[in-house]
Design a protein around this ligand. Structure first.
Ligand SMILES: [Zn+2]
Length: 134
């Protein structure tokens, strides 16, 4: 495998196919999502692809009221940090929650990855889900 595969472009190409890809350092086992070409921990370039299950829990979030111009019509919206089950934290949009009632957004709730297309861009997002049957 060539090193080019760990670019942001290939990460988003995979994301479009609904695959959340990370890379794992073969030297020190550090894990990175999104995938990256160089290990932040030991500087090694000896990394391999791993596919995240895309499930985790919401660590923290913030409601964006003043977004970049391209997202003006979307505000307010929620951006959060999700702790994936693989043990890595990643930032993404949180959907299916009400940004006008942030007190109802539960820290630690289970979320899973969804991919949304917006302004011709692929956006990484998460939505709440429950494993319990109701
Ligand atoms: Zn490493």
């Amino acid at each position: 495998m060539s090193k080019e595969i760990f670019t942001a472009k290939t990460f988003f190409d995979n994301l479009k196919e609904k695959r959340l890809m990370g890379s794992k350092c073969k030297e020190c086992n550090a894990l990175f999502v999104p995938s990256r070409p160089v290990c932040l921990q030991c500087g090694s370039t000896n990394l391999e692809w791993i596919e995240s299950k895309g499930e985790g829990s919401l660590e923290t979030f913030t409601v964006i009221h003043v977004p970049p111009v391209s997202l003006l019509t979307k505000a307010p919206y929620v951006v959060g940090i999700v702790r994936l089950d693989e043990g890595v934290s990643i930032m993404g949009r949180i959907i299916d929650v009400d940004p006008t009632e942030p007190e109802k957004i539960e820290l630690g709730m289970r979320v899973k990855v969804v991919v949304i297309e917006e302004n011709e861009k692929t956006v990484l997002a998460f939505k709440p889900f429950t494993t319990r049957s109701t």
